[in-house]
Design a protein around this ligand. Structure first.
Ligand SMILES: O=C(O)C(=O)C[C@@H](O)[C@H](O)[C@H](O)COP(=O)(O)O
Length: 361
């Protein structure tokens, strides 16, 4: 077991990475200030890991749990309202701590509920998917989707601790695992060339969930993310690079219907689109795109738009991206391997060309 820190002054917190962390009260107690807790999880994760966690919480005065339906389609205000209903019915006060036990959807909604409930209560992230361990549990982006756009309602709100229990990855379905690998590859592309090269040499071990390879990938991803977040907590500048591939990916998720493609799958295809656009702008060569495709192929991730998706559908959905400033679409593109930048001067025709290269019609 080891710890990394997300350095944010008084909002700093540790990311604890290890195996079999869930059942040990000592991993949680230092981060819970009151005597009340509410565990938010979903119907898939609860039978697997809730009993262990509840055993670790046995000494608290009030321990409630809520099991939400599983899937991105349920990341809505209505679902968050169910958390508020329980907290109020069971008279949780401002000293309560919400504990997110699950993947990114559970973590994002729990964090948002914690940010809003009685104007803010503590929360703890216990991510049980690869994507949540390497990305969504770190950095304090919380919120829900709207039919018109992904993550359109939310808040920046940091957890007290992130407990990444690698043992929970042993039960993760293959498709979910691959989706997490998309975000791992993203770090290599945007800020860590050495990690990208390591992934090229170790992708088979990673996909086989070799414990050492997996621990290294989670640790390195969290370090990369923590460094970016520490520099720019509320995404006023550099943090936007973490959105590489996401403007395209979010369009896929919104147009296909949330949950049809997993978030990481949409991001994988979106990263190829963003790389293609970077190439069309002359920043990178076709060789790098081939290398990205080889990695995505090995990770069993999509590299093209969903069948039949129109360039117009992409552009319409991308028009509600949160990075738009003064009506200008800002895209995260590559300057080189391991070096991303935000650009706001890409001609629409070039975006359409990149989309068509990636299978949009
Ligand atoms: O933490 C960030 O910042 C990110 O952008 C990480 C993304 O991988 C993650 O999917 C995030 O939830 C996207 O946020 P959004 O602001 O683009 O909705």
């Amino acid at each position: 077991m080891h710890c990394l820190n997300v350095e944010l002054g008084e909002r700093s917190y540790p990311i604890v990475i290890g195996s079999q962390l869930l059942g040990d009260p000592q991993n949680l107690l230092p981060y819970i200030r009151g005597r009340q807790v509410c565990v938010v999880t979903n119907e898939t994760v609860a039978p697997l890991y809730l009993p262990q966690l509840l055993a670790a919480l046995a000494d608290f005065d009030k321990v409630d749990t809520i099991e939400l339906p599983d899937g991105e389609a349920f990341k809505t205000l209505d679902t968050v309202n169910r958390i508020f209903d329980l907290l109020l019915e069971r008279r949780h006060n401002r000293s309560t701590t919400l504990i997110a036990l699950g993947g990114g959807v559970v973590g994002d909604m729990t964090g948002f509920a914690a940010a809003c409930y009685q104007r803010g209560v503590d929360f703890v992230q216990i991510p049980t998917t690869l994507l949540a361990q390497v990305d969504s549990s770190v950095g304090g982006k919380t919120g829900v989707n709207h039919p018109l756009g992904k993550n359109m309602i939310g808040a920046f709100y940091q957890p007290r601790v992130v407990l990444a229990d690698m043992a929970t990855l042993t039960t993760l379905p293959e498709r979910e695992f691959s989706a997490g690998v998309a975000e791992v590859i993203k770090y290599g592309l945007i800020c860590d060339e050495t990690f990208f090269c390591w992934l090229e040499g170790n992708i088979s071990r990673l996909m086989a969930r070799d414990p050492q390879a997996l621990a290294y990938a989670v640790d390195r991803s969290c370090r990369d993310k923590a460094a970016v977040v520490a520099e720019d907590e509320r995404e006023s500048g550099r943090r936007a690079i973490l959105n590489f591939g996401h403007t395209f990916g979010h369009a896929i998720e919104a147009v296909q219907g949330y949950g049809a493609w997993l978030h990481g799958e949409a991001v994988a295809a979106g990263m190829v689109m963003a790389a293609e656009l970077s190439r069309l702008r002359g920043a990178i060569d076709a060789g790098l795109i081939d290398r990205i495709r080889v990695l995505l192929e090995a990770a069993r991730l999509p590299q093209a738009a969903p069948a039949g998706m129109l360039t117009g559908e992409f552009l319409d959905a991308m028009a509600v991206d949160k990075k738009i400033v003064d009506g200008r679409l800002r895209l995260v593109l590559l300057r080189a391997l391991g070096d991303a930048q935000v650009v706001d001067d890409t001609p629409k025709a070039l975006i359409e060309q990149a989309l068509r290269h990636c299978g949009a019609v």
